[in-house]
Design a protein around this ligand. Sequence first.
Ligand code: F6P
Length: 360
Amino acid sequence: MKRVGMLTSGGDCQALNATMRGVAKGLYRAFPDEVEIIGFEDGYRGLIYGDYRQMKPRDFSGILTRGGTILGTSRQPFKLMRVPDENGLDKVEAMKQTYRKLKLDCLVVLGGNGSQKTANLLREEGLNIVSLPKTIDNDLWGTDMTFGFQSAVNVATNAIDCIHTTAASHGRVFIVEIMGHKVGWLTLYAGVAGGADIILLPEIPYDIDVVVNALKQRQKKGKRFSIIAVAEGAISKEDAKLSKKELKEKKKAGMVYPSVAYEIGAQITERTGQEVRVTVPGHMQRGGEPCPYDRALATRLGAYASKLIAKEEYGYMVAVKNNDLAKVPLEEVAGKLKTVDPKCPMIAEAKAIGICFGDK
Ligand code: F6P
């Protein structure tokens, strides 16, 4: 009998269920009547506190198109994994105990950056792990694509599309703030797909004068409106030079805006007198059903993971490499971010058609 644990960890995204379905269907076929899947509730929390349930084949039916996660999820920061909980519980030891008590052959982890770090920690502690690349941010090192990303691009692009018509009617500047604190993949793809005039990413610190100048140029050309796609983690050139501590102090001392989009909006109004509106689609970007691309990708990733388990090949994250699937050692993935290279072809192409990135 194969005993496989499964959990979804960190911020949710579309296609978590589709991916679990792929793993489960692959396992049920590889080991007919000889596999038990144990689902942990709310990510690593369930593994720590022994909160789990025995899954049945019917649990994985009818969930290909369902957003969210049937197992629930939670954020259990990696940096706190070695810190005992409020009752003095050693979380890593507790996770190992749950795994051993349930006599698991392996644990399947669906997660983003922090979750992959914890997966690697558990691998180092001797647990058999197979992980899958989840996040709308597409920032996992070692994979060309994460599941959830394309669905989020669809939602964010749709938000920009909707803004387009109202922006055109009123002749205003609209700022659409897109998720991504550290990386700008989602903003870049949605910005280009939605026809944004200015795209601001965490990887390319912006100069507000350059942004204002781009807006003025558009006005001169008779354009009635402008759309700016801003990543939540976009940062000015000035602020990028500060240390984390200095930045925190600056924010405390100065005017505090709800987010960077509002700060940029206020600066634009002050310098140009133009009317500015801010739209924040927020968690809508992680919600709703997965797009067809993500359903197909999730199914493939899940099936590949089930094959790794059948072959007892553990310690890997399943990844997309050059349009094919591959396994990447967890120790190579953990702790690294896949950021947007400001010199990448896509940025050059976007600049070639006149999109401003706030740098020059
Ligand atoms: O990691 C995915 C993500 O949606 C980021 O893009 C965003 O910055 C963050 O999660 C939001 O986290 P939370 O759901 O905890 O507010």
